[in-house]
Design a protein around this ligand. Structure first.
Ligand code: HEC
Ligand code: HEC
Ligand code: HEC
Length: 438
């Protein structure tokens, strides 16, 4: 209670500081004059093709396309802890899109988070990472966007409480938390590593989801890649604190990032599914570069550690359903639900062909400290995007009660992970019930 009160006071004080800073900096940035919508033929093909790859590396389409809407016409609701901000229409429509934006106006938005008219954009648009990209890449993205079919579609205004709905407040936020600047290669690292660091840290903004954030929604740079959250999902730590029982290798990362699945770790789900859908469009050398960079975040496992981890993981998943149904009381109920509802697909033993689900003991979803991803998956199931073939798991949110899901989660955690039990399962279940579609 006392801690909550202190946190509340802290928030009030910090908001006051932010307000003072912002209004000191009130001076709005200058607008950049409108230009005529550039003719698609004014851009050369090589540049447009380069731009097409770069928009995949930054998943622009994922946040700039509403469900069932036209590509890049905006309206996708990006949820933040403060409210919802809608991805803008970034087609070259002159009235509702960015048709009248000159190239310098676009480059400024990517580098500084300032719109053409001089107003501040919210960091739900990851300019905090896009600032690192090269001018050449920013120009290629501009060329690509300007050759898209223009779509006339107005995007709803952000839904934010006062004072956050006053855009100049972001000047204060930027002053405190935004570090503008290009990517600086590390001369002691390989060209492949540097390419990966450039893509992951810039357009790929992996840290935006995989790092913890402070109460102002700014990334904690000292704990970069130590695990964060996105759209109600937890994004596991990628580096030294990775919950994966088998340490990720460079090859596994490359397969996972471009296929969305690897048999030793599982499937990319929730917001990560969109990331891998886009990374699949990159040249394989770029995905390998990202994998090289991500693999370097964790200390290289010593041979002994790798063998021990593999043995522990195997021990964890060598639980047969027969032993699982043993036990008493609630544990027995959880085991019985697993045997009836899950084991037909998530059975143990046998080898591991590519089409079989990951052994649960190897999945970070089961091994991470947060129960939310597990609860999401069990309740909503897994379906490939409509019209596509892919891995499929039925949604159990309708079939199981909250209590059954809780017992099942406790059972799966204790039998497949060997990590301390989850807290907050019931809360995760009730939060997931409030989401549409569960
Ligand atoms: C994580 C979601 C997300 C991703 C990924 C994303 N954007 Fe956005 N973008 C947004 C949001 C949300 C806004 C609106 C911000 C606001 O209203 O302040 C926005 C605004 C913009 C704007 C300003 C448009 C205007 O009319 O003011 C541009 C330009 C833009 N994005 C380009 C891009 C490009 C290019 C990419 C890919 C390299 C990209 N965005 C990727 C969420 C995203
Ligand atoms: C929009 C948020 C978001 C972005 C951006 C994002 N991720 Fe993720 N990522 C997630 C979430 C959420 C999960 C957990 C869901 C799952 O297991 O599929 C995840 C899971 C992963 C996993 C699996 C971890 C494990 O141990 O199972 C890896 C590896 C990963 N992401 C790497 C990356 C890399 C590399 C990038 C940048 C190129 C990236 N992610 C960008 C949200 C994101
Ligand atoms: C019809 C087959 C089927 C059933 C039944 C089923 N699953 Fe799944 N499950 C899948 C598939 C396919 C995936 C996709 C991920 C993969 O292939 O690893 C998956 C993924 C998962 C994951 C995420 C693993 C990862 O990739 O990180 C969890 C956790 C999970 N299931 C738990 C359960 C639980 C608990 C039940 C019972 C309530 C259940 N599943 C029932 C097929 C099934």
């Amino acid at each position: 209670m006392r801690r909550r009160w202190l946190a509340g006071l802290g928030i009030v004080l910090l908001v006051a500081v932010l307000a003072v800073l912002s209004f000191g900096l009130w001076a709005r940035r200058p607008a950049i004059a409108q230009t005529a919508v550039p003719a698609p033929a004014s851009f050369d093909h090589a540049t447009i093709r380069q731009g097409a790859r770069l928009v995949a590396a930054g998943y622009c389409i994922e946040c700039h396309t509403a469900a069932g809407g036209q590509s890049y016409a905006g309206g996708y609701p990006v949820p933040t802890p403060f409210g919802t901000i809608y991805g803008s229409n970034i087609t070259p429509d002159p009235t509702t899109g960015i048709g009248h934006w000159s190239e310098p106006a676009f480059v400024r938005a990517m580098r500084q988070g300032i719109a053409r008219d001089g107003s501040h954009l919210y960091p739900a648009f990851p300019y905090t990472h896009f600032t690192r990209i090269s001018n050449g890449d920013a120009r290629a993205i501009y060329a690509y966007l300007m050759t898209l079919p223009p779509v006339r579609d107005r995007v709803p205004p952000p839904q934010l409480p006062f004072p956050l709905n006053v855009r100049p407040v972001m000047a204060g936020w930027n002053l405190l938390f935004f570090h503008e600047g290009r990517f600086k290669p590390k001369p002691d690292r390989s060209a492949q590593w540097n390419r990966g660091a450039y893509l992951a840290g810039g357009l790929g903004h992996c840290a935006a989801c995989h790092s913890p954030r402070n109460i102002f929604g700014a990334e904690n740079r000292r704990e970069a890649y130590d695990g964060g959250q996105s759209e109600g999902w937890s994004a596991p730590a990628l580096g030294r604190h990775s919950p994966a029982p088998l340490p990720w290798t460079k090859d596994e990362l490359a397969t996972y990032l471009s296929n969305g699945f690897v048999p030793t770790h599982g499937l990319a789900m929730g917001p990560m599914a969109g990331v891998t859908r886009q990374l699949a469009k990159l040249p394989p050398a770029d995905v390998r570069a990202i994998a090289t960079f991500v693999a370097s975040l964790a200390p290289a496992p010593s041979a002994d550690a790798a063998v021990a981890a593999a043995a522990a993981a195997r021990a964890a998943y060598h639980v047969t359903t027969a032993t699982a149904v043993a036990g008493r009381g609630p544990a027995k109920t959880g085991a019985a639900i697993f045997a009836g509802a899950c084991a037909s697909c998530h059975f143990e033993g046998g080898d591991q062909p590519f089409y079989r689900p990951v052994r649960l003991g190897l999945s970070s979803v089961v091994n991470e400290p947060d129960a939310r991803d597990f609860v999401h998956i069990v309740m909503a199931g897994i379906q490939p995007p409509s019209g596509a073939a892919g891995r499929w798991m039925p949604p159990f949110g309708v079939a199981l009660t909250d209590r059954q899901i809780t017992l099942l989660a406790q059972y799966v955690r204790s039998h497949f992970s060997g990590k301390p039990g989850w807290t907050g399962i019931a809360r995760a279940v009730s939060d997931a019930r409030k989401e549409p579609g569960s």
